[in-house]
Write a protein that binds this ligand. Structure first.
Ligand code: BV8
Length: 223
């Protein structure tokens, strides 16, 4: 059976990574326009780097949880599993996940805004860090901000067109194009399942739902 899994911040919430839209979520503490757009980075790179440096050090202190481990177990099973994440943390990989598709980029990678080179991010990054490839001081986090095109869309859309089951885990369904994946999978005839703490903004598009903390509902579903 071909399965596509889409995860969001809820799968890392119990690892202490925080979410976006919940009452103490990141987007309730900072404005997207100030820290998560290319314009924000052009306006104040130091402010943007400070936010991502703080999130990177938080990620280094966090540990994968039972949901990450269960999804890695599913990937090692006989199923054909495509694991897509909106998350920029590396907890899927540290929980044994393989070939993780980071459609919104990765905290642990740096990107040169001038030549496009990508390299492992130091814990604290600064715009003036010289690019190891072109030498220019145009270093940014390798993150897809609002208004930027998500990574790996062709591969994701192909997987959605071929899957038998689409499962969304720990995402509010608030951000596109990820929030539209369930409609795409459904249109191609896949079964759809939402595993979340609470109904998402697109819960009505799912055929089945199981609600509860990811560390409970994900291992139960994988078993
Ligand atoms: C783009 C990286 C064009 C940064 C992020 C319609 C179509 C296309 C685009 C748009 C459109 N309408 C609007 C747009 C533009 C925009 C958008 O969607 N805006 C929103 C505000 C309306 N989209 C874009 O700009 C995207 N680019 O559209 O380019 C294009 C389109 C298609 C094809 C080609 C080109 C780029 C968006 C990417 C932005 N970057 N992340 C960073 O991390 O700092 S977005 C960020 O927020 C996340 O990555 C995620 O995608 C999004 C929402 O986060 P979630 O993961 O869902 O987390 P959230 O807090 O919202 O929810 C947590 C959930 O977990 C909750 O439901 C909660 O109940 C649950 N939960 C909590 N605890 C637990 C739990 N569940 C289980 N267990 C628990 N313990």
């Amino acid at each position: 059976m071909k399965i596509v899994i889409l995860t969001g911040a809820g799968v890392s919430a119990e690892s202490g990574m925080g979410t976006f839209q919940d009452e103490n979520g990141l987007w309730t503490q900072v404005n997207i326009e100030d820290v998560a757009t290319p314009e924000a980075f052009a306006r104040n790179p130091a402010k943007v780097h400070a936010l991502y440096n703080a999130r990177r050090s938080n990620c280094l202190k966090a540990e994968p949880n039972a949901a990450h481990f269960a999804l890695a177990e599913l990937q090692n099973s006989r199923h054909d599993v495509t694991l897509v994440t909106q998350n920029i943390d590396n907890l899927h990989e540290r929980g044994g996940g393989t070939d993780v598709i980071h459609m919104h980029g990765e905290l642990m990678k740096a990107l040169c805004a001038s030549c496009g080179a990508v390299w492992p991010a130091p814990e604290a990054m600064d715009k003036d860090d010289p690019c190891p490839s072109c030498g220019k001081p145009q270093t940014r986090p390798d993150i897809v901000w609002f208004g930027e095109i998500p990574y790996h869309m062709d591969r994701i859309e192909r997987a959605l067109s071929e899957c038998d089951l689409f499962v969304a885990i720990g995402t509010s369904g608030a951000v596109y194009p990820a929030a539209g994946f369930v409609q795409m999978a459904d249109a191609f005839g896949a079964d759809t399942l939402e595993l979340n703490l609470a109904p998402s903004d697109v819960q009505s598009a799912f055929a089945a739902h199981r609600y509860g903390p990811a560390t409970e509902v994900v291992p139960q579903w994988v078993a």
